[in-house]
Design a binder for this molecule. Sequence first.
Ligand code: ZN
Ligand code: ZN
Length: 345
Amino acid sequence: MADVYACVVHAAGDLRIEERDAVAPGAGQVAVRIAYGGICGSDLHYYREGGVGDFRIRQPLVLGHEVVGRISHGTDGLAEGTPVGIHPATPCGSCAECLRDRRNICAYSNYLGSAARDPHIQGGFVQELIIPADQVRVLPAGLELRTAVLAEPLSVAIHAVRQAGVGAVDGKRVLVTGAGPIGLLAVAALRQAGAAEVVVSDLHETPLKLATQVGATHTVRVGDAEWPDEIDVAIEASGTAGGLRTCLERVRRGGTVVQVGSLPGGDTAFAGNVLMTRELTLTGAFRFDHEFDTAIEWLAGGLYVEPIVTHTFPLADAQTAFDLAGDRTSASKVLLDLSAVGHHP
Ligand SMILES: [Zn+2]
Ligand SMILES: [Zn+2]
């Protein structure tokens, strides 16, 4: 097999395109020729800071967990050329959480492109990815790879909505703090789940415009705020202490706050007495499991998320792509096109 190129972070600010030996899939595995990879906030943190949350890079790490492509070496039922999405998690299947069907919080899970474990699990920003066949999902006819690449972050958003509780958002007013890709996908997921109103707050005007396009009914620029009251559920997608504070203060008494944004590593101060006196429920949302299939279904059904993908760059321009993805005034979800290394003709 021909050699393939991968996007590898070595340390903060040190991103390289490196050649990797192509390997043949083993038993139970398939090879996928990766078409697109979405740059996630966590990839950006690895690139800029050498870590995300409490996970630090201790060896070179191929980034990427939002990837789609076509089968290049398949198995029965997965013919060469089949377009597929890739579920990035391999839970252990036997720990207490896995047995409780909460596989997304399995402590022994392997997650593509993550430094949560040592040795790290290498990621999907590689031209050919070897992956267990059961992590592959055949894409429905008519769902473009460029759209399907949003299935992974959309799954995170759907899981965050579900963490608010069964029926918690149906017909309700919901706040989303932070209009990055996860916040925007949460807006789309909330409307799909029946939320009557979605209020979105952010520091910048550009992401708030995108929020309106994907279904927000009310946007608030942080600082010059007139806030709607009686917010039933708040989803914290900014990954900042300020965003968490906003959620705790703006949600109604007895309301629910879901933390899905990755806060900075270490301790985060928060208004514990506000939580106590207003009898709020505060819950976390981490990755996802079955939501991946729901996400593919919703995308195939035409969930309107197109404006979220703002840019696409060839693999060779990964550094430019990463720098732009960090500029929230002009970019939202930035894709790498891994089908060729070089510049587009
Ligand atoms: Zn992601
Ligand atoms: Zn497990």
